[in-house]
Design a protein around this ligand. Structure first.
Ligand code: NAD
Length: 250
């Protein structure tokens, strides 16, 4: 059983996010998936479409900043499935702005959804994974969690927090066969970025920063997530998987 956060956009033929694309790869491997998000209509439609294709999928509302909501959802998953193998901590937001323009509210929101969300998911999932003898947690950081962001310092700070939290948690649970890794996407077309990245001037700047000369797709990222979630990566923990068309190699 795999639970994915920020995974409402998972409808074939529509623009998917990393969560949605990962859900499609997970079900292809035979996993049961629980899509979660705060966009309930889209999440319900995505889960229904997966079921219509013969997969075991359901949608549950999960605001990753709420510990109470995490406990409810993990309890419900354990009641329904009896095990918890994979957690993809992927929900995210983005408010590009200069430091001087940033309000404390926006700073707190970036840290809450990304850093606190990943912490709460990890904290809640671990006892459930332990019951099944182990599991894999994949946390969506960003290239902006590795290098500075010219547009979004709070986002970068929050994604950096995810990267180093991931390594620390990986050390604590390695002996229990609970692996915890981070994935670091570069610029990719998803529902989160479509409006900004479709501006031709912005797009050209991003292309210029990306040596491979194209932006990423949700599937480019999901392929890496699948590897980290699967037994193929059974000796990998605390690692940072960069999928960025070469952006951070320069
Ligand atoms: N697209 C990119 O270029 C890019 C690059 C690096 C990292 N990322 C990260 O990838 C992750 C997935 O984003 P995406 O680009 O696939 O876009 P996406 O819009 O498909 O996914 C983000 C989802 O998070 C959900 N969300 C926001 N706040 C939430 C909350 N409090 N609780 C639960 N869900 C919440 C949104 O409703 C949305 O569905 C995010 O963490 C994002 O920061 C994206």
């Amino acid at each position: 059983m795999a639970l994915l956060t920020g995974a409402a956009a998972a409808i074939k033929g529509e623009l998917m996010g990393f969560g949605g694309a990962a859900a499609h790869l997970f079900v292809r491997e035979g996993a049961k998936v629980v899509l979660t998000d705060i966009r309930d209509d889209l999440g319900e439609r995505s889960a229904a479409a997966l079921r219509a294709d013969g997969h075991d999928a359901r949608y549950m509302r999960l605001d990753v900043t709420s510990e109470k909501n995490w406990v409810q959802v993990v309890d419900a998953v354990m009641a329904a499935h009896g095990r918890f193998d994979i957690l993809f901590n992927n929900a995210g937001i983005s408010f590009p702005m200069k430091v001087e323009d940033m309000t404390v509210e926006i700073w707190d929101r970036e840290l809450a959804v990304h850093a606190k969300g990943v912490f709460l998911g990890t904290k809640t999932a671990i006892p459930a994974m332990r019951k099944g003898g182990g599991g894999s947690i994949v946390n969506t950081s960003s290239v902006m969690g590795l290098v500075g962001s010219p547009t979004s310092p709070a986002y970068s700070a929050a994604k950096g927090a995810i990267a180093i939290f991931t390594k620390s948690a990986a050390l604590q649970y390695a002996k229990e066969n609970i692996r915890i890794d981070s994935v670091h996407p570069g610029y990719a077309d998803t529902p989160l970025t479509s409006q900004r990245f479709n501006d031709p001037t912005v797009r050209q700047v991003l292309l210029d920063r990306t040596p491979m000369g194209r932006l990423g797709t949700a599937k480019d990222i999901a392929n890496g997530v699948l590897f980290l979630a699967s037994d193929e990566s059974s000796w990998v923990t605390g690692s940072e998987l960069v999928i960025d068309g070469g952006m951070t190699a320069q």
